[in-house]
Design a protein around this ligand. Structure first.
Ligand SMILES: C[S@@+](CC[C@H](N)C(=O)[O-])C[C@H]1O[C@@H](n2cnc3c(N)ncnc32)[C@H](O)[C@@H]1O
Length: 302
């Protein structure tokens, strides 16, 4: 989510003035470090949740002591243990079951006790995971909510996964796109369809899509934030234009991935040919040495 930091996330948080922020999915801490710096500067607290972080949590925790708490767990286990929050960034397990239930946990808390429903950023509400599940740990998703999946890549022109190549072929992607209870955006829409909490939803196309859920109560109480976010209610044609740019970007990435695969195949083919030729040279050198030895022997005996 960090590419959105300067342009949307930080300006929003600065106007929201959260005391506690929750980040779901840290990975290599690219967003975590920005959030932790923000919290230190603002005297706020950051909770980050990730079952498999790819950064040195101990030294990070020392550097941001007093402003950072890490939860090495899955979001659905960790969220209920965090007593309060004003903003939540969801960028963890990109599937319907997880995202829907993350939002349900925030809703349950808001309906039963404080805190009120937080402002929520959600990454990957655009292709490829808007309408298709990804599972970091498929076994942790109840079978009735888990789509059939495979470690195969995706292409925007087809629902089925590709046999080779495509986007994210190393991840567990749902076999089909666009079916019920499938994908991050579907989870957000299904959540909005049933919640009684008045929420606005902004969808900003590009960079795999950023969603923002904003409680109307927050907008009513914070005019500066409301004014800032109003500019992100994009006119239909501007949103369509951004979607077009995103489509070009994705197709260019796919072309680059194809070119890289072709280069890797060609490198392997040339490597094999070089090894073949080295064997031929070795055999010829052996024969040359034998002929030279025979010649020397004949010369010596004549
Ligand atoms: C797309 S990366 C996060 C990127 C990060 N937010 C950034 O801006 O650089 C997704 C991360 O979510 C973590 N993850 C997977 N399942 C999760 C879950 N159920 N709860 C929390 N994090 C999860 C993964 O371990 C991975 O590190």
């Amino acid at each position: 989510m960090y590419p959105f930091w300067d342009v949307i996330v930080e300006p929003t948080l600065r106007r929201l003035r959260p005391r506690v922020i929750v980040e779901v999915g840290s990975e290599a801490a690219n967003s975590t470090v920005r959030l932790a710096q923000f919290c230190r500067a603002q005297g706020a607290l950051l909770h980050s949740i990730d079952p498999a972080p790819k950064f040195d949590v101990a030294s990070f925790s020392r550097e941001y002591e007093g402003y950072f708490q890490f939860h090495q767990a899955k979001s659905l286990e960790a969220l209920p243990c965090i007593p309060t929050y004003d903003a939540v960034l969801i960028d963890g397990d990109h599937n319907w079951y997880t995202v829907f239930h993350e939002l349900k946990l925030l809703e349950d808390r808001a309906l039963k006790q404080s805190p009120a429903f937080p402002l929520v950023f959600l990454h990957d509400v655009g292709w490829p995971y808007a309408r298709r599940d990804l599972y970091y740990d498929p076994t942790s998703i109840p079978a009735e909510f888990r789509q059939p999946y495979a470690r195969k890549g995706m292409h925007p022109d087809q629902s089925r996964l590709l046999d080779a190549g495509g986007m994210n072929p190393n991840l567990c992607n749902a076999l089909e796109e666009g079916t019920p209870r499938n994908g991050v955006l579907t989870a957000v829409e299904d959540f909005l369809a049933q919640t009684s909490i008045p929420l606005d939803f902004l969808l900003i196309p590009g960079l795999n899509g950023l969603g923002i859920l904003i409680p109307r109560a927050v907008l009513e109480q914070n005019a500066t934030l409301a004014e800032y976010l109003a500019q992100w209610r994009l006119p239909k044609d501007v949103a369509a234009y951004l979607e077009r740019l995103e489509d070009f970007r994705i197709r260019n990435i796919l072309r680059l991935l194809d070119t890289r695969s072709a280069l890797v195949r060609e490198q392997a083919r040339l490597g094999a040919r070089i090894r073949e030729l080295e064997n031929v040279v070795q055999q010829m050198t052996g024969k040359l040495h034998a002929a030279q030895a025979e010649l020397d022997r004949l010369k010596a005996s004549s």
